[in-house]
Design a protein around this ligand. Structure first.
Ligand code: NOJ
Length: 456
């Protein structure tokens, strides 16, 4: 396991989960503010109104990135800070906040990786139909232009959407995320079409404003792990991972095939009517060159070839380790996810998110001991190293998350940070895993090899 010398090590966050200051600097209301005000929507009525107060403490957080030795930081822009109602001229104070943040990062030698949409839609656009509104793709392009004009001289790596599977399905289908809609799949596919178009307009805007910039997307890296190394099990896992099922938005080809290939390739269509309807004109907008693929990977099912080679999911064992969120610990997802995705799309890959929630607290000695996070990350990174050794062009890894933060409908219940946050006082305490990850970064992954317990 040997990471290339220019491998990028970093950590990730998103605007709504950490910024707070939701009514400052002219920021407009977002659908997550609205959802947080909805009784019963969020665990114990928590909200993101203050969160980690990163809006005021961004310099301290940049210092913490320095302490970690991070080479890069992935964060997102809140659309309602840039355009309070989602349309019209840019709000100077909103642009200025991200300007200060980018400068603070660069002054510390940390490369910014910016996500344009990590789910905080301006509420005004929601009332116009949100992602179902046919105007939203172009509006997203205009928002992108405002951001690119301000930050494009310093930010070179961009992601349009984060996990569109969640913003559309969890938000507008299952109703468990903002805006809490329960719309049928036909409507969700219309929204997916608009997201794809918005990616196209956004890419065009970025490329027009910032020569040489790199543009990607960060979908849920929906992955399947083959039960064995047999050709049959590997084929079954790939078939399961890539096949678009009729009533599902989770599979990556639903989002990536039209962008990368300009069409849905037959091999992933388990049912021809299950994908968004895209006209030739739509595909012209959507099919833009993509420079890298971001994968958010946390867990994965294990698939074997069942009867006639058909994919069959193995039952979980009672001994399978689980995170605090009760997500299965499946390190091999960081081998198979990048490998299969690269085989299909041929793009360089970043792991744009990977991590776990854990039951962390500040001990009597003032330290936060989180051995599970260390063990989890060591196992996952070892598998990622195996993918690199196999020739998969993985360019970087962003741990989710830098800070404990607002975990959407779960409020502050789930702690994903390398840094503990006391949400009453705002105090940050680097966890044991922060110090451990610093060694991984400093040694470019060699410290994973040195430790005998890295052998999985
Ligand atoms: C994916 C999302 O992008 C992020 O916002 C979330 O906190 C993590 N997964 C953990 O659930």
């Amino acid at each position: 396991m040997s990471f290339p010398s220019d491998f990028v090590w970093g950590a990730a966050t998103s605007s709504y989960q950490i910024e707070g200051a939701v009514h400052e600097g002219g920021r407009g209301d977002s659908i997550w503010d609205l959802f947080c005000r909805t009784p019963g929507a969020i665990y114990k009525g928590h909200n993101g109104f203050v969160a980690c107060d990163h809006y005021h403490r961004y310099a301290e957080d940049a210092d913490l990135l320095t302490g970690l030795g991070a080479q890069a930081y992935r964060f997102s822009i809140a659309w309602p800070r840039i355009q309070p109602t989602g349309v019209g001229p840019a709000n100077q104070a909103g642009l200025d906040f991200y300007d200060r943040l980018v400068d603070a990062l660069l002054a510390r030698g940390i490369d910014p990786y910016v996500t344009l949409y990590h789910w905080d839609l301006p509420t005004a656009l929601h009332y116009e139909g949100g992602w179902a509104n046919p105007d939203i793709p172009q509006q997203f392009g205009e928002y992108t232009t405002h951001v690119a004009k301000k930050l494009g001289d310093r930010v070179k790596n961009w992601m349009t959407h984060n996990e569109p599977q969640c913003s559309i399905y969890l938000g507008c289908g299952a109703g468990v995320h903002a805006p809490g809609w329960k719309r049928p799949f036909e409507e969700l596919r219309v929204m997916a079409r608009n997201v794809l178009l918005s990616h196209g307009y956004s890419t065009l805007a970025l490329k027009a404003e910032i020569p040489g910039c790199k543009v990607g997307m960060a979908p849920v890296g929906q992955t399947c792990i083959p039960a064995s190394r047999s050709a049959e099990d590997i084929a079954a896992a790939k078939h399961q991972m890539l096949g678009i099922r009729p009533d599902s938005l989770w599979e990556m080809p639903l989002w990536l095939d039209p962008i990368v290939f300009g069409e849905y390739r037959e091999d992933v269509l388990r049912d021809p009517v299950a994908v968004p309807h895209l006209s030739e004109a739509d595909l012209k907008v959507i099919h833009q060159p993509m420079d890298f693929l971001g994968l958010n990977i946390y867990s994965a099912p294990i698939i074997k070839a069942g009867e006639g080679g058909k994919p069959a999911t193995l039952d979980d064992s009672i001994d399978d380790p689980l995170t605090a969120f009760r997500w299965l610990v499946r390190p091999e997802s960081l081998y198979w996810g990048p490998k299969i995705s690269h085989e299909r799309y041929g793009l360089p890959i970043y792991i744009t998110e990977n991590g776990l929630s854990n039951v962390d607290w500040v001990g009597l000695d003032g330290k936060v001991q989180d051995p599970q996070r260390i063990d989890f990350t060591r196992r996952y990174l070892t598998e990622l190293g195996r993918a690199v050794d196999d020739g998969v062009p993985v360019e970087g890894y962003f741990h989710w998350s830098l800070l404990d933060n607002f975990e959407w409908a779960e409020g502050y219940k789930e702690r994903f940070g390398l840094i503990h946050v006391d949400f009453t006082t705002g105090t940050r305490t680097p966890k044991q895993s922060y110090h451990w990850y610093r060694e991984v970064i400093a040694s470019n992954g060699e410290s994973l090899r040195a430790d005998p317990s890295t052998v999985v």
